[in-house]
Design a binder for this molecule. Sequence first.
Ligand SMILES: Cc1cc2nc3c(=O)[nH]c(=O)nc-3n(C[C@H](O)[C@H](O)[C@H](O)COP(=O)(O)O)c2cc1C
Length: 480
Amino acid sequence: MPSLSLRNLIEVLEQQQRVRRVARTVDREWEPGCLVKWMYQALPESERFGLLFESVKGSEFRFATGIIGSSREAYATALGVAPHEINEKWVDGLLHPIEPIAVKDAVCQEVVRRGADARLSDLPIPVWTPGKDPAPYITTLVLTKNADTGVPNMGVYRTQVRDDHTVVVNLNPAGQGTRNTHTYTDKGRPAPIAWVVGADPAVLLAATAKLPYGQSEASVAGGLTGEPIPLVKAKTIDLMVPAHAEFIIEGEVIPGEIGNEGPFGEFCGYMGGVGPRPVVRITAITHRRDAIYYAFASQMPPSESTVMQGLTNAGVILKQLRCDIGEPTVADVHIDYHFGGAMGHVLIAMQPRDAAHSKRTGCLVANMTGLKRITMLDTDVDIRDPEHVDWALNARMNPATDIVIVDAAQYGHMDPSVRPVAGKPGPASKLVLDATLKQDAGPFSLPSKDYMNRALETWKAAGLPDFAIPKRAQLRLDRS
Ligand SMILES: Cc1cc2nc3c(=O)[nH]c(=O)nc-3n(C[C@H](O)[C@H](O)[C@H](O)COP(=O)(O)O)c2cc1C
C-alpha cells in the first residue's frame, strides 16, 4: 500500500463510520478520557470507533484517540489490507524492510517552538483516568538512539507531564529505550529523546512491535508500506524524526535526574504503582500548522493499546516461528486483546508433525514472549472464535497430559495474580494448553457437505432468516 498519513486514515475511517467527531468543547482533564473508556467498555468491537475532538478547552489543537485501534477492521485499514491479511502483511513487512530516507523540509516542522515557547500545556494532552492519574499523560511513539552505533529505537512509553517544560518518561528498566538513553547518560551526557505524535500509521504500528534490539522500526514501517519513510533532522536534538508527523516533542534525558512516575491505569485492569523514572527537559515542540494531537488510549482492556499490541505482535510471533525458528507448519497466530495485548492469551494454529510438536512450540512461545497463556490448536479451528476454541479445548485436550505449566517464566511485576515475596513481585508462571488432535477421532457428527449445501436452498425456500456462514461451520463442513 502507498504510505497512508494519519489524516487520510481519519478521513477513510470516518467514511466507514469508524471515526466520530465530537464538536462540542470538551475538558481535557476528564471528558475525552471517560468518553473513550465508554466506547471500549460499552460497545461490541464491530460498533467501536475512534474519536476526533474538534474543540478542547484551553488548546488550539484538535485531539484524536482510538483511531488505529478501535477494532481489527480499523487496524487493517491503517495497514491497507483486509482483516484476514494482517498477519501475512506483518510477515512480509518484517522480511522486506526498506531503509528510511532523509528529507530537508517536513510538515512536522511547519511551526517550531523552542525553549520557553515550547509549552506542553498548549497541547491537548488528556488526563486518562480522571480522579486517579496524578497528571496528564503523553501516550505515543518515543524515539531514542544508541550513542555508540547511531541506531535509533521506537517504542511506546507513557509519559507523565510534570510542568510545561519537564516530563517523567516510563522507560522500563529492561526496555530498549532505557538501553539507548544509558549510552549517553552513563557518560554524563544528556540523551536525545522525541515523542512522535500522529506519524504515518505504519510508523506508529511498528513502534508497538516487539523486535530484537537494533532492528530498525522505521525500516519495518517502510517494509509495511512498500516505500521509504521520510525522516527529517530534529530542530534541537540529534535525532531523525518522521517527517509526516503531526507533532514532534523534542527533549533530553537529564543524567542522574529521576522523578516519581505514576500511578497510571495499567493494561491488567488495575492502577499501577509509583516508581522512579528519568526526567526529561523539553527543548522544542514542532508541528503542522493545523496539527491533530493523536494519542493512544490504554489502561482497562480492551483498549486501543491492547488491540494494537495484540494484532501487531501476533504477526511478529508468526514471522519468528515460521521464518526465524523454522516452524513452517505454524499457520496462524491470534492474541486475544481482552487482556494485555502482548501479555495475555495467544492462540496458535499449526499442523503438528509429531506427538510433542505443538506442546514444544507452545513452550517455546511461553519462554520467548511475555504472553501468559498459550493455546495450541489445529488448522481446522477458527482461533478467533471463542466458541470454536472452547469446543477444541474439550474435544482435543486431556488435562493430565496436555497442560504444561512453565514456572518462573517471567518477573511478576505486571501481573496482579502473583503473590508478592518479601514485599516484591514474585515469579510469574505460564500455561500451555495443547488442544490439538491426539488421534484420528473419525468424521464430524454433521451431515455430509452435499446435504448441508442443498439444505441451504430449502432454508431459503422456507423463508427462514438469512445468515452468514460462520467460519467455524465452514471449517467443519469442509471436513464433512
Ligand atoms: C499505549 C501504550 C503504552 C505503552 N506504555 C509502555 C510503557 O510505559 N513502558 C513500556 O515499557 N512499554 C509500554 N508499552 C509497550 C511498548 O511500547 C512495546 O512493548 C514496545 O514493543 C516496546 O518497544 P521496545 O522493545 O523497543 O522497548 C506501551 C504500549 C502502548 C500501545
